[in-house]
Design a protein around this ligand. Structure first.
Ligand code: SF4
Length: 350
């Protein structure tokens, strides 16, 4: 098992990924000489672990830093600081954040990303065959064209695409089918970790359900591990084993899905959950409307970043940053009053 300093991982099985104190700060450049006047702290010291075969959901409003975090994990963008340990085999882990380009290329086949927009994430000039074959060729997994084509056909069948459409181009497919092409492409190098960045957000609700079911089936069949990034909490609740909630570049709460949804410990989570639609029209929704916008990560408020929007804020919240602590078994939150507040989760009888 990967040795971990993260207390949330104490009782986890085999940890596949450990993110430690990860940061991504974008410089703000101004003037003719483009001198650095400050930083947008999009991700600011995030730590969590994901065990093999688990789905870790990451939620937060737009601008919370969750997409930037996902991109840093797979080194699609360079983290500013921190470590991303990925377990290659029993007793052998690499820090993805510290690898040089060649070493990164060698292990890239182990993780892949599925993007939000199935329209723009596929190259319209490439056929389905070329799109799915590209990571196979790039990772030098197969050399013979016939073998590659057979592998592409196999992947198309796995994700429910008609193999007769091998030579069609993306414009000939619906949104759901395009996302299936994206999933087949992500499976091509036999990855162990897939980062799904708002993977179903652009799809109709009925198609969303189909893609979520497909992802769950694939997870079971190939023992995949998912980092599932989404703003839609219903989707995250459906697919995740554990969930982390991000606000202005930091994790503010993390727990198993049921605890987080039924017994939230952070006021921000409570507000997000109040917007989850209820399937029973008899149950009256009492939505918490958060005042203002997500704080500016280039100039966040003092103390608790959430205090200008928090209905429970007290004086200490304006001056002291709350510490990340275990407020119930395997349930973590960063709020001065996490253990005292009685927050409302989703209705368990839904
Ligand atoms: Fe609200 Fe204070 Fe908790 Fe921040 S620390 S979430 S402002 S109660």
């Amino acid at each position: 098992m990967l040795e971990t300093s993260d207390p949330s991982a104490r009782q986890l099985g085999d940890v596949l990924l450990e993110v430690r104190d990860l940061k991504k700060h974008f410089p703000i450049e101004k003037g003719f000489f483009r001198s650095v006047k400050g930083h947008v702290k999009a991700v600011d010291g995030v730590s969590f672990t994901i065990r093999e075969g688990e789905t870790f959901g990451l939620v937060g409003e737009s601008g919370s830093g969750k997409t930037t975090l996902g991109r840093c994990v797979v080194r699609a963008i360079e983290p500013t600081d921190g470590q991303v340990f990925f377990r290659l085999s029993e007793g052998e882990a690499v820090d993805v954040a510290a690898l040089d380009k060649q070493a990164l290329r060698d292990i890239r086949k182990h993780f892949h990303m599925i993007f939000q927009d199935p329209y723009s994430s596929l190259d319209p000039r490439m056929s389905v065959l070329e799109i799915i074959a590209e990571p196979i060729r790039n990772n030098k997994l197969l050399a013979d064209s016939r073998d590659i084509q057979n592998r592409v056909r196999e992947l198309m069948e796995v994700v429910g695409l008609d193999i007769q459409h091998l030579n069609r181009y993306p414009h000939a497919f619906s949104g759901g089918q395009r996302q299936r092409i994206g999933i087949a492409r992500s499976l091509a190098p036999n990855p162990r970790l897939i980062v799904c960045d708002e993977a179903v957000s652009a799809l109709d609700v009925s198609i969303q359900a189909q893609i979520l079911n497909l992802l769950e089936d694939l997870q079971e069949e190939f023992n995949l591990t998912f980092l599932f990034i989404a703003h839609d909490l219903s989707v995250v609740e459906h697919i995740s084993d554990r969930v982390g909630v991000m606000y202005v570049g930091k994790l503010v709460e993390m727990a198993d899905t049921e605890s987080l949804f039924t017994q939230p410990k952070h006021p921000y989570t409570e507000a997000l959950l109040s917007a989850v639609p209820n399937t029973d029209p008899e149950i009256k929704m009492d939505r918490i409307i958060l005042p203002g916008e997500v704080a500016n990560p280039a100039n966040p408020p003092s103390g608790c970043y959430f205090h200008p929007r928090c209905r429970y804020a007290q004086d200490i919240c304006m001056t002291d940053e709350p510490q990340w602590s275990e407020v119930a078994p395997q349930h973590f939150a960063a709020c001065h009053f996490a253990e005292e507040l009685e927050l409302r989760g989703v209705d368990e009888s839904r």
